[in-house]
Design a binder for this molecule. Sequence first.
Ligand SMILES: Cc1cc2nc3c(=O)[nH]c(=O)nc-3n(C[C@H](O)[C@H](O)[C@H](O)COP(=O)(O)OP(=O)(O)OC[C@H]3O[C@@H](n4cnc5c(N)ncnc54)[C@H](O)[C@@H]3O)c2cc1C
Length: 409
Amino acid sequence: MTRGLSEEQDLMRASCRAFVDDVILPFIRSNWQREWDMNPMTRLPPEILVGAEEVGIRALGVPPEFGGLELDPASEVQTFALIAEEIARGDSGLADKLVQNWKVSVLLRNLAPEHLQEKWFARLVGDPQFLLAHCLTEPRGASDRWLPYNVPEAAMQTRAVKRNGEWIINGRKQFISNGYDAGLYVVYANTNPAVGMLQGTSSFLVPRDTPGLTVARCNETLGCRFMNNGELVFEDMRVPSDHLLVEGDALGKAGVYFRPGKIIQAAKNLGVGVRAFEVTADYVQNYVQGGRILIKHQAVALRLADMATRIEAVRALLARASRAVDDNAPDADVLCNMAKVHASEEIMKVAQHALELHGGNGVMLDFGVEKLFRDASIFLHMDATADISKLKIIKSMFPTTAGKYAGPE
Ligand SMILES: Cc1cc2nc3c(=O)[nH]c(=O)nc-3n(C[C@H](O)[C@H](O)[C@H](O)COP(=O)(O)OP(=O)(O)OC[C@H]3O[C@@H](n4cnc5c(N)ncnc54)[C@H](O)[C@@H]3O)c2cc1C
């Protein structure tokens, strides 16, 4: 559907869709074993990111003065959503890989000093394989950090201390998208253990070759496998003082990352659902069981209707939430969390219908439908768990009751 799209959005979507239909889907269909290659660096052929570059979807979010594509700022997040959905319709892992570049670029253009923007945007724009990553999650704290537990004991364990004009960082981060192969990381660390995390967390720009940074492993995930999720260890990692992005209130300032981030998350999720619907609609109109094509059996038809309805409901909430972010509306935060969690739960059900309607074929690796089910399951965990997202929604709505720390008065 093209309703409400600008000419620019329509053209971008068309070229992205052609890339997905002509390159990504045929690649996935004829290389289904490839996502199980246990060498993360050879899983996705480099030509795929080169192709993404050629259609202009690799480095969205980079300011035009640093070689980026200028999107209409009044609808930038809506455009992100449109393109993220299209890519994820082809492959959700590829979409993960690319959207980290967009999300971190938005953060950098807001927070990084000019000379570092110039340096790193040039690297990103110049090298199709260059990736960015955003490192918050630690073994003892993740999405719950966004709850109102603004007390020292809930703060990050990764510590940064200023010494002789540079920052020394110790700690570790886990489950980081592009963590295994990124060239540049944004890392969050505690710089003041005496206060709550909203006042005591700072963010840093960390190039991959920084002394003291070790990429400890690539996580082998259930789905979205073409994005290499990684673990990082920092041992007396030395970061120059100009690489400090935000001192103290880095979590609050990360809103510029998280609002579009959650929209993009829901949009990728929608793309997985759309693909699940496409392949299922095709299957039930061709596969014969009981002497008739499947769709003639009413139970099958009802499930297809359920899939379509859930997809449209996700799309409607996503459109409303992404418009709210572009408009900087007061309810943008809460709508982003709603769109993200709603998409994750609804598309999981869409993927389940797809799996079931394919019967035995649904669970065969070479058939490809189970991949959509695996990809859909990842969204329940990314960018906050479902429960934490819901707690955040209610915290925004009732800040003085649900929004207060549940610990001692
Ligand atoms: C594929 C993938 C990509 C990711 N990419 C990134 C990334 O790029 N950068 C990054 O920083 N992180 C990333 N993450 C991490 C992600 O944000 C976390 O996995 C998520 O926030 C959940 O944290 P956790 O895994 O530590 O689960 P936990 O916090 O251990 O949660 C376990 C369970 O306990 C519940 N729970 C935890 N704390 C509370 C609480 N206080 N109150 C009530 N319930 C609670 C949760 O809802 C969940 O059900 C990624 C994760 C995945 C799976």
